[in-house]
Design a protein around this ligand. Sequence first.
Ligand SMILES: NC(=O)c1ccc[n+]([C@@H]2O[C@H](COP(=O)([O-])OP(=O)(O)OC[C@H]3O[C@@H](n4cnc5c(N)ncnc54)[C@H](O)[C@@H]3O)[C@@H](O)[C@H]2O)c1
Length: 295
Amino acid sequence: MSRPAVPDKRIRRFMARFTERSGTMARFQDKVAIVSGGADGMGAACVRQLAAEGAAVFALDVKADVAQALTEELSGSGAKVTALEADVLDEEKFRAALQTALAAAGRVDVLINIAGGSAPGLVADIDLSVWDRLYRLNVRSTLVACQEVLPMMRRQGRGSIVTMASISGLRGDPGWAAYNSAKAGIISLTQSLAWEEGLNGIRVNAICPGPVASERMLATLPPEAFEQYDQASALGRMGRAEELAEAILFLASDQASFVTGAALVADGGLTARTGQPTDFDRVRSEEFARRRGGK
Ligand SMILES: NC(=O)c1ccc[n+]([C@@H]2O[C@H](COP(=O)([O-])OP(=O)(O)OC[C@H]3O[C@@H](n4cnc5c(N)ncnc54)[C@H](O)[C@@H]3O)[C@@H](O)[C@H]2O)c1
């Protein structure tokens, strides 16, 4: 007997109940979320998705005008998004912006720490001021944000924090020790915090994206670098901000209720291989060349 093309009423009712129970449609209804670095790239994708699923969102960003434009764009669809200017490198103002959000909302269910950044430099001669800046931008700012939301999450007896690491935090790369070790620091901070706050009902997880075609990457990378990134991924392409937002929001949501202290890799398979050359690489290069040639 062939399957019916359209599910019958019974199946549709079951699917509707399943969706309702698992909360896939509005996981963040009436929740309050704070997103640092929420104006652009993966941060903006998180803000959009959180708002679409019913959350009141505070988008903190150094680019206040971009965050404001996002807020105005989303307000048309009834989203509750507030833009707050905050440079995570300015600790006092960053803490003040977080406190503004907490005071305005009176609670916080989700903290997503996206703001961060990178800079190259060989270990032998990297400028220590560059090193220190990357640690402040990535590790210290993550610590500061967590410190500000923890008292309220503890009072609530629940909360979910997602920190922005990277696959760079899982391995080394020549010329990128400052960035990679800072992201490794975020993973370690995440794991310790998960244990410190587990009994308080607070989950803490890190996301480890592979290369994502953010505006910054598009603006700064030479065209040949994109091809190399594509080839380095099992899926043959870089990630999209929206795809990373899906993984981040899974960690932030109750769907991940038993997940804490995790470092979730979303990298199109980049770190799944050892890096050893194999015969398959030739076949793959030919396939890439064929696609480039549009054949
Ligand atoms: N793009 C990638 O391939 C990739 C991969 C792994 C991890 N990451 C990490 O993801 C995060 C976002 O990177 P991205 O490439 O999506 O976008 P991005 O560099 O454009 O930054 C995202 C947002 O953070 C904001 N931001 C930057 N510095 C800030 C500061 N000092 N204070 C407040 N806000 C600030 C930006 O204005 C922007 O809106 C970073 O932590 C980065 O290390 C990126």
